[in-house]
Design a protein around this ligand. Structure first.
Ligand SMILES: [Zn+2]
Length: 69
């Protein structure tokens, strides 16, 4: 059962399937790393939260690194 393991020992980019570049682990390029990051962020901010009874509309999405005025 080691054959499969050996074949997959070379990690592949989860996005496009190309061989992983060490510098951009686990992706093959900065592009793919970027895409994944965007997906991740989108996923985080797209989480459907049901907070109708929240306080004065305080949003967690405001933690974007921007200052609050
Ligand atoms: Zn890729």
């Amino acid at each position: 059962m080691n054959e499969i393991d050996r074949k997959t020992s070379a990690a592949r980019c989860p996005l496009c399937g190309n061989a992983t570049e060490v510098a951009f682990k686990p992706f093959c390029s900065k592009r793919c790393a970027d895409i994944d990051l965007n997906r991740w962020l989108s996923g985080v901010y797209a989480v459907p939260v049901k907070v109708d009874d929240d306080e004065d509309g305080e949003r967690q999405a405001d933690t974007d690194g921007s200052e609050r005025s």
